[in-house]
Design a protein around this ligand. Sequence first.
Ligand code: ASP
Length: 384
Amino acid sequence: MPHSEPRIDRRVFLGTGALAASLACSTTHAADLNRAATNATPGARDRQDKVAAHSARKDFPVLIGSANALPGMQRYYANLQSGGDPLDVAIDVVKVAEADPSDTSVGLGGLPNEDGVVQLDAACMYGPWHKSGAVACIENILHPSEVARLVLERTDHCVLVGRGAYEFARAHGHPHTELLTESTRRLWMEWKESLSSGDDWLAPPAGKSQAGRPLQARGGVAGDPRPKRSTGTIHCSALSTRGQIACTTTTSGLAFKIPGRVGDSPIVGAGLYCDQEAGSAGATGRGEASILANGSFAAVELMRQGATPLEAGLEVLRRVVRQAQRLAIRQGEMVDEHGLPSFGLNYYVLGLDGTFAGVTLKQGGEFAVADPVGGPRLLPLVAL
Ligand code: ASP
């Protein structure tokens, strides 16, 4: 349930004394951020001044995320407008996609790994505490974003994986849920049967695709014998009426991945990052590239140094291009015939002043945003 009251942390009160207590309380009001700035760098103080100024201008609250976050934003933006906690609202937004069997990139109906098992990754981060929680390779749990929040709020850790994450979720009352649907089972079988003509798995007769669509041609990328595999994820960053920032990313990851593969989504700094002094960012697309660029952290750091969300997002993508070109020395399929990345990657970037940008490596695509100017809507991604 969304909290309308500031979160009070037992750890803060029992733990580190006056500074922690003063920070925990002060972050509940944008103007009070200036008081917390006594120990901050001059740049941070300046940004916190901006938070106070902008909250008076009613540029808050803001949600930004991947296009598949729009239905959740339409349902929950009002909660943020009425003073809701940004982490509560961000998680409510992504849970809509987690529970949607027609979204094959997240939660229920997410495409499985190469063994036909749905393994989910999710993380969240809460700016006022500068604390994260994440689960990776979790199976049979419908809402990994909720479990990530439990790791954040109810443990002293940042990441739980696999069986341990599942047991932790069960201990907190999450039901065991089969996440493979009949539709994704068929897609998985189709993928398996189209992998190789040298194994014992035979594709159905022509025109009889099990998944009810034309069989995928072998070799998704020129010269790559492997079938092209879809990616997809949901990210949402939120800035509350009080200037508090939070974010979450949740995914079934790369379709038909090697069991145990962890993408960028549950890795703080890669698939998401937020800092109450600088802003928030999240990624969807090729997770390995975002991990190698530490892309979400980089975007937030660039904003800390004065970049706008658009400048920060585009600069991260420029780094990703150079890094892909370097990696292509070893793995040629990383770049196309023009030397540009053959994969997709998007960043969703949110500044503390309510400014935002959605950027992408390749032309096309949209992102979702909700702000006081236009409410929840889709906007075109800015291509590098
Ligand atoms: N970033 C996700 C991953 O690599 C997948 C995606 O967003 O398409 O697991």
